[in-house]
Write a protein of this length. Structure first.
Length: 304
């Protein structure tokens, strides 16, 4: 746990902006604790000329929303707040969090942009640099990666439907915060998908929670309609996003890393998230983050 950024009160946030006002063109506030280097590298990837900016990670969306409400119109330099989309467009929370300098990602989380097989493969090859493996031979070892990705996405979408029914109806069951270690604990190491048994156990957990105060959801035909409509958005500022944009990014990353580790005998899974993500920021295709560049420059034109 970091101690240099314990919590941001209104006074603390204003003090930070004042402290850096003579050299910084902007201060970026992001979610993931201890990921400052990653976000700085990502911003430099999408805005190559950007310089003299500071990144501060507050440890979640809640602290960011608290900070933006407490510092509105108070900073001497531009502040940019970047948050994961999560399910906010699907649940109606997006419209309730409308600030000119609050930028939403357009996928569930930042991990959704990092789960690119070629980028993960680059890091896997770097990890095995002394073995003499080439990118060509590495690609040969994951020849069925597109098939695996398709199967993984299918299962995560299926799971996500239950998450969304729970969120939209206030069912008090675990959803996107479930750990990858739990989901993949008993998966086939060579084909690491969420196991059938685990999915069945989760659905049973979901049903048990519904029995407490949402029994109506379990009536014949009701749950089927709810699951079918799970991805219908309440807020659509970007139009109707593809369904795979709503899949939990950490769960997607967890499956892909396990798959590559098995195929190439690497240890990506042992890397800390901040380290893995920082290295991925160098290798990912940032085309789909073009909107983020535009949104940032709208708030801070000086970074162009």
């Amino acid at each position: 746990m970091r101690s240099d950024f314990p919590e941001y009160s209104e006074e603390g946030k204003r003090g930070l902006a004042i402290l850096h006002q003579y050299w910084a063109n902007a201060v970026f506030y992001c979610e993931d604790e201890s990921h400052e280097v990653f976000y700085e590298r990502l911003i430099r990837r999408i805005i190559p000329n950007a310089k003299n900016f500071l990144v501060v990670c507050l440890g979640g969306k809640g602290p960011i929303l608290k900070a933006i409400k407490s510092t509105e119109d108070a900073s001497p330099i531009p502040e940019v707040f970047i948050v994961d989309k999560d399910y906010d467009d699907l649940t109606g929370d997006l419209g309730r969090n409308a600030y000119d300098n609050l930028i939403y990602l357009r996928r569930h989380s930042i991990e959704n942009y990092l789960t690119q097989i070629n980028a993960l493969l680059e890091i896997a090859v770097e990890q095995k640099a002394t073995s003499g493996i080439s990118m060509y031979s590495a690609h040969q070892k994951i020849a069925d990666s597109h098939k695996f990705y398709s199967h993984l996405m299918e299962r995560l979408i299926y799971l996500c439907r239950y998450f969304l029914v729970a969120r939209k109806n206030g069912v008090k069951v675990r959803t996107s915060k479930i750990s990858c270690s739990e989901i993949y604990e008993n998966s086939d190491s060579s084909w690491p998908l969420p196991p059938d048994e685990w999915l069945e156990e989760y659905i049973a957990e979901f049903s048990d929670k519904c029995m407490l105060d949402h029994e109506w959801l379990l009536q014949d035909g009701v749950i089927q309609v709810q699951l079918a409509d799970a991805f219908k958005a309440t807020d659509t500022p970007w139009g109707n996003l593809p369904i795979d944009h709503h899949v939990v990014g950490k769960h997607l990353m967890g499956g892909l890393v396990r798959y590559i580790d098995n195929c190439l005998e690497t240890e990506l899974l042992k890397m800390k998230d901040a380290e893995l993500y920082t290295r991925l920021a160098v290798h990912i295709d940032t085309t789909d983050l073009g909107y983020l560049r535009s949104d940032i420059l709208r708030v801070v034109p000086a970074l162009a």
